[in-house]
Write a protein that binds this ligand. Structure first.
Ligand code: 13P
Length: 259
């Protein structure tokens, strides 16, 4: 398989910039100790906005094998949008990735697929890579409509984005009932939906685009379950919340291939 797995730590609203500096220092050391090989998986940290400059300075200064990104972006270019952070600001801080469509933003901030789509376009316009999140709530899973729900989200989130850009982006399947709950989808559950997303991309675009897009699973990924999840053919990485806040745990997840 030509897709390089991508392991991204979404720190959510944790760690001030001092905590970020110490976590990234510890992570650099833990990756070195674990014999991390960047050719076998890509390691990304996604701290809060206030930490990004510190993370950038440290990673660049110490040449750590890490990319970094942001958890959100404004759909606007610039101007009178109090509290928002623009794509050009994030690009200037060297962000490679920006998350959009996380279920916590959909749920607590009313973000719609239309807005997720606008944000994905903004991320691409500024030369960064979107990590577009999707996933079903428990009621939808219980009703057996999880594939339809998730494919519907992704179809709307990708509207009007070119095949060449879709080929480079990252999609994260995060079933809401598995986020922060300790309840992980089985590897087969993850494969079912990640496979369906890849097929949807093939139907919307073409096979080459579908083969190139990277699809992560997210939801209670830990050092103890990452190997099984990563054994599935359509799972190309993990979007990790809680376990990304501990350097040793995240380093184990990033180096899953060595287990
Ligand atoms: P947890 O790994 O804490 O379940 O969070 C998953 C997530 O939402 C990552 O974006």
């Amino acid at each position: 398989m030509s897709r390089t797995p991508i392991m991204a730590g979404n720190w959510k609203m944790n760690m001030d910039h001092l905590g970020a500096v110490s976590l990234v220092q510890d992570l650099g050391k833990a990756l070195e100790d674990a014999g991390y090989d960047p050719a076998r998986s890509e390691a990304v940290v996604i701290p809060p906005f206030t930490d990004i400059r510190s993370v950038q300075t440290l990673v660049e200064g110490d040449k750590l094998p890490l990319a970094w990104g942001a958890q959100d972006i404004s759909a606007h270019e610039d101007g009178a949008y109090t509290g928002e952070v623009s794509g050009s600001m994030l690009a200037k801080l060297g962000c490679s990735y920006v998350v959009t469509g996380h279920s916590e933003r959909r749920e607590y901030h009313g973000e719609t697929d239309e807005l997720v789509n606008a944000k994905a376009k903004k991320i691409i316009e500024h030369g960064m890579t979107p990590i577009i999140c999707c996933g079903e709530p428990l009621e939808v899973r219980k009703a057996g409509k999880h594939v339809e729900h998730t494919v519907g989200q992704i179809t709307a989130d990708l509207a009007g984005i070119d095949a060449a850009d879709v080929a480079k982006l990252v999609i994260a399947y995060e079933p809401i009932w598995a986020i922060g709950t300790g309840e992980t989808a089985t590897a087969d559950d993850a494969q079912e939906v990640c496979g369906a997303i890849r097929k949807a991309v093939a139907d919307l675009y073409d096979e080459a685009t579908a083969e190139s897009v990277r699809i992560q699973y997210g939801g209670s990924v830990k050092a103890g379950n990452v190997v099984e999840i990563m054994s599935k053919p359509d799972v190309d990485g993990a979007l990790v919340g809680g376990a990304s806040l501990k350097a040793g745990d995240f380093a184990q997840i990033v180096t899953f291939y060595a287990k």
